[in-house]
Design a binder for this molecule. Structure first.
Ligand SMILES: C[S@@+](CC[C@H](N)C(=O)[O-])C[C@H]1O[C@@H](n2cnc3c(N)ncnc32)[C@H](O)[C@@H]1O
Length: 257
């Protein structure tokens, strides 16, 4: 198994957080200037709302999805209210660090943490090769719950997970210690070689799918399976598609290389 933790995030995937940060910087500076110059006789408590309104409007005009509007609108007023509540800033730092450790890939790779359902695992099980010793890799395995499910049902296979976010990785690694056939490593799947695997499973987001497909085509052996939960590859029709029938109406897309 080869996985490395030293790769840079995939190029070309700009996080909207940079845009949001720039918009808020601009709006804060503009509101600070307007408040200082006393152009409008607004009470001080109104300025966070003015900032929020400007940020929400500019954000929407810059092409951010609609759901950024309430976030941008409420960010400063909520921050202001929390500051007034006298809560220790260390608590916010702590919450931020935990979120980063659990879900940092959402920021850096634009892939958040959510787990495959048991129904998806049951469907993947039906796609596994019959021969003993086959190898499956889960790219971004989260807490490795899918791998554990599969390994319990097929103890004759080898199941590998690669995970970038530290806390899910530790959780998965802990589980893997107690389940034969499962190996979880910390790293970036963009620098994990896919050549050795009979099945490559991914449950990511729409953002990386085109680049991931190019990687799969470069590295996967002929006859091996590429399975994506919920996210198809633009312009590449799958060989098969299945409704998983779970709560979130997932679909499994399958390509034979
Ligand atoms: C939607 S979750 C899927 C979890 C698991 N595969 C499952 O199906 O239950 C996606 C996971 O991919 C991880 N991830 C995103 N980009 C990654 C990368 N470049 N390398 C390794 N893991 C990554 C995220 O941290 C997240 O835990």
């Amino acid at each position: 198994m080869r996985c490395h933790a030293d790769a840079l995030p995939m190029p070309g995937m700009r996080s909207p957080l940079w845009i949001v940060g720039a918009i808020h910087l601009f709006c804060t500076a503009a509101c600070g200037f307007a408040a200082g110059a006393a152009w409008w006789p607004l009470p001080q408590a109104a300025w966070p709302w003015v900032e929020g309104l400007c940020a929400a409007t500019i954000g929407r005009a810059s092409g951010l999805p609609w759901w950024w509007m309430p976030i941008n609108l409420l960010f400063f007023p909520a921050g202001n209210a929390l500051l007034g509540a006298g809560i220790s800033p260390l608590m916010f730092l702590g919450i931020f660090c935990v979120l980063l450790l659990v879900n940092g890939a959402a920021w850096f790779q634009r892939v958040p943490l959510f787990l495959s359902s048991n129904q998806a695992a049951a469907l993947v099980l039906t796609l596994l090769p019959q021969r003993k010793g086959f190898r499956l890799i889960d790219l971004g395995c989260g807490t490795a719950s899918l791998l554990m499910n599969l390994a319990r049902a097929r103890p004759d296979g080898q199941f590998t997970g690669v995970e970038l976010a530290p806390l899910p990785f530790l959780w998965g690694r802990w589980g893997a210690c107690r389940q034969r056939g499962v190996n979880v490593c910390w790293g970036d799947f963009w620098s994990t070689d896919l050549t050795d695997y009979d099945v490559v499973y991914a449950y990511l987001s729409p953002v990386p799918m085109t680049s991931l497909w190019e990687k799969a085509r470069r590295e996967m052996r002929p006859g091996s399976l590429f399975v994506s939960n919920s996210f198809s590859v633009p312009g590449v029709p799958p060989a098969r598609a299945f409704d998983v029938g779970d709560r979130v109406c997932s679909k499994l897309y399958v390509w034979r290389m």
